[in-house]
Design a protein around this ligand. Sequence first.
Ligand SMILES: *[C@@H]1O[C@H](CO)[C@@H](O)[C@H](O)[C@H]1NC(C)=O
Ligand SMILES: *[C@@H]1O[C@H](CO)[C@@H](O)[C@H](O)[C@H]1NC(C)=O
Ligand SMILES: *[C@@H]1O[C@H](CO)[C@@H](O)[C@H](O)[C@H]1NC(C)=O
Ligand SMILES: *[C@@H]1O[C@H](CO)[C@@H](O)[C@H](O)[C@H]1NC(C)=O
Ligand SMILES: CC(=O)N[C@H]1CO[C@H](CO)[C@@H](O)[C@@H]1O
Length: 438
Amino acid sequence: MFVFVFSISAAQSQTTLESLQCHFTWDLDRSRPKLLRLTHKMEDFSKEKGNRWLGHIYNLWGFIQYKLGLNEEANSLFQKATEALNKLRVADEGPWLVVNYGNLAWLHHHLGDQAESQAYLSKVDALMEKDPSPSQDDLHPEICAEKAWTLMFFGEDKKLVVDYYEKAARMQPKMVDWNTSYVIWLKKVKNFSDTRLDPDLLEKMRQAKERDPENLYLAALYLEQLADKGENIRDEVRELAKNVSSNCSNSGMWALLNLYIEHISVDEAVDLAEKVLKKHPDVRYLKKFVAVCYRWRIIYKSSSSPEQSMMDRAIALHEELISLYPHSSLKREIDLATIYAKSHHSKAKAEQIFQKLLKNEPAEPEDKQMLYNIYANHLYFHQNDSHRSIQYHMNAAAIPEISFSRENSIRILEKTKDRGIMCREIEEFLRNLQEPRQ
Ligand SMILES: *[C@@H]1O[C@H](CO)[C@@H](O)[C@H](O)[C@H]1NC(C)=O
Ligand SMILES: *[C@@H]1O[C@H](CO)[C@@H](O)[C@H](O)[C@H]1NC(C)=O
Ligand SMILES: *[C@@H]1O[C@H](CO)[C@@H](O)[C@H](O)[C@H]1NC(C)=O
Ligand SMILES: *[C@@H]1O[C@H](CO)[C@@H](O)[C@H](O)[C@H]1NC(C)=O
Ligand SMILES: CC(=O)N[C@H]1CO[C@H](CO)[C@@H](O)[C@@H]1O
């Protein structure tokens, strides 16, 4: 009897949509504005020269487009993922395609094309038969690695990212990228929970660096870890920057600029960012980094007021970024306003931008919270208007959606209350605050 049942299901398909390992079954959820901003990230990654995660990038990007209701785009990106995965692995088919075929099976199912969906299910069956999982309850290392890579952008439990990378690296030690990513995320998770030095982590990072000397991100994080140990890393940071023109990956470049800002100077960070952008004038994310460095310089280094030429450059870059990154234009416009607010003769311009943004109120709750929170700080620091500032912090906190801006506004309200300003109003407001949605 058992054998009979088995042979029937084997003749059709052992795999069901629900049992597939792919983005559609991994419980990936993000708000619409976050998804839109992630598409910027995927696009930037996809344009990095020689990015070895290209297949995963297209897979996730396609899934995001599906979530945004763009099925045609999703399909075309999943096809690009197939192509990229095959190219990278120099073979026709293998377990690295399981997630991709799973995504295609789900997409066609949602599009109502059940035959095509079944065809992809059968392809997954064939792959699993050719390359069975290493053990009954372990996933293929390829699937572990792709899941780890995907969870970097989704999910709150970042320890899972470490676990999946570790599993992948352990099962296939030859894949240097997996070992590198494992160590990088070990460092990142460590950072969230405990910033003290872990001698074992430092040694792991050193070994990983030896195996993967071209990874700028890893090299930068290693120096950060050395700095945590109390070492002076200035010379090494400058040394690392010498090579950066050819290896300016998105995360690597950003980590290096952060080292400059923290351990050398914001001015040198600006110079370095400008130098690299000059070599790659069309790389969008490099423009963003230059802009962020200028903004940092203008807003946080107020001991010497910025020269007009620096203000002009920062403003021009921010204006360009508004169109280069349309889904984060709100953030860029707010940044632009905060830059204007720092210059004596353009304060009115800052207020003008804020008023325009407040009038065309953003649709998404977390965007509203961000705008109210930053405007509240602007009112306090640049307009000396505590009362209206408190009102806008309340507006941000009143929206029941978990976000950094809401947390920040609540913290400021509590502090303000403790300082004896508008205590009764704030106390009553905080008491009646609605629990945020998860
Ligand atoms: C990563 O590589 C190092 C060798 O450089 C090895 O000792 C370690 O076990 C590897 N990690 C994993 C998770 O495979
Ligand atoms: C770790 O924390 C430091 C200080 O808070 C921060 O500058 C750095 O960017 C963090 N590193 C990572 C990998 O998140
Ligand atoms: C810079 O690149 C050269 C070879 O291209 C390499 O030997 C050297 O170790 C690199 N420097 C750093 C700090 O990574
Ligand atoms: C800020 O406003 C308060 C009154 O609300 C006033 O006493 C104070 O002098 C003002 N400070 C500045 C720097 O304008
Ligand atoms: C610092 C660094 O990673 N440099 C590397 C940049 O990329 C070239 C070739 O891809 C390597 O030779 C360098 O070592």
